[in-house]
Design a protein around this ligand. Structure first.
Ligand SMILES: C[S@@+](CC[C@H](N)C(=O)[O-])C[C@H]1O[C@@H](n2cnc3c(N)ncnc32)[C@H](O)[C@@H]1O
Length: 262
């Protein structure tokens, strides 16, 4: 191997290690530090990457976000968008429970408006995330409302929404909050309304299982429970009052659950 190839290899390894370290510091590492303090709040589980405006702007870059989801991001969002397109939403309200990076919010808002929705409510526990989301949705003006609210207990009336989107929120919540967020999603949906839930799923391929397990253990330990004790489909079925369908993607590594409120 020539010297420049060896140097190139070193550079790639260094870059990957630096990226991994950066993500660890702004996610799990920060939570570990926070855990040392006795000052806990309703946002203690939220990574700095979602609360610090500088970090939000730095990381919210579509190729990075797509790569984190193993280039399945577009497919997952498309499933939700197709669901919204196929739903009669004339004069209805669509709820997006928590912001997410990339173009999921603009695509969901656009699909909702095309299906006739009167308004889209975007809820997040972090105001900076809402402010950032607003920069992507300028053209929709007063049709989009932003509410600073915890997904587990929203200050909204029962049955206000006909569609509710939870995009990769559950795996970041402490376990009791996962159940509360699902129950709250159900409370906010009108009968016949649909919950679209995109999340990680236990992959079939052992190699993906090992890689995913390692990823969760290092970066997002709260996510592993989605593989068993807090499988969202089982949680919804246990709750009752839902008719659920699940589609998995990329050898089972991701899932979109479409749950209709009965
Ligand atoms: C939904 S996850 C998205 C993660 C995913 N990796 C992405 O961006 O594509 C992150 C968002 O959830 C929000 N969030 C976390 N806990 C929340 C809660 N309890 N209620 C509402 N929003 C919450 C964070 O503030 C952040 O905006």
């Amino acid at each position: 191997m020539s010297a420049w190839m060896v140097n190139g290899l070193y550079a790639v390894v260094l870059l990957l290690a630096a990226t991994g370290l950066f993500f660890f510091v702004v996610t799990r590492g920060a939570l570990l530090m926070r855990g040392l303090s006795s000052n806990q709040s309703e946002t203690s589980h939220v990574y700095p990457i979602y609360s610090n405006m500088g970090l939000i702007k730095l990381v919210d870059f579509q190729p990075i976000i797509s790569a984190i989801l193993l280039f399945q991001y577009h497919r997952l969002v498309t499933t939700i968008v197709e669901g919204l397109n196929a739903t009669k939403l004339k004069n209805k309200t669509v709820l997006i429970t928590s912001c997410a990076f990339g173009n999921v919010i603009p695509r969901v808002v656009e699909a909702s408006m095309q299906s006739g929705a009167r308004r889209v409510l975007i809820a997040d526990v972090v105001q900076n995330e809402l402010t950032h989301a607003q920069t992507k949705l300028g053209q929709y003006g007063s049709k989009v409302e932003y509410i600073e609210s915890n997904a587990t207990a929203m200050n909204q009336k029962d049955g206000i929404a006909d569609a509710n989107i939870l995009f990769f929120l559950l795996h970041e919540l402490p376990h009791p909050m996962k159940i509360q967020a699902l129950a709250e999603a159900g409370r906010l949906l009108a009968p016949g309304g649909k919950l679209y839930l995109a999340e990680f799923h236990k992959p079939q391929l052992w190699v993906l299982k090992v890689l995913s397990w390692t990823y969760f253990k290092v970066f997002e330990p709260l996510g592993l429970a989605l593989w068993d004790t807090h499988d969202p489909l089982n949680c919804l079925n246990d709750m009752g009052g839902w008719k659920c369908e699940r589609t998995t993607y990329f050898f089972g590594n991701f899932q979109v659950i479409t749950a209709t409120k009965l």
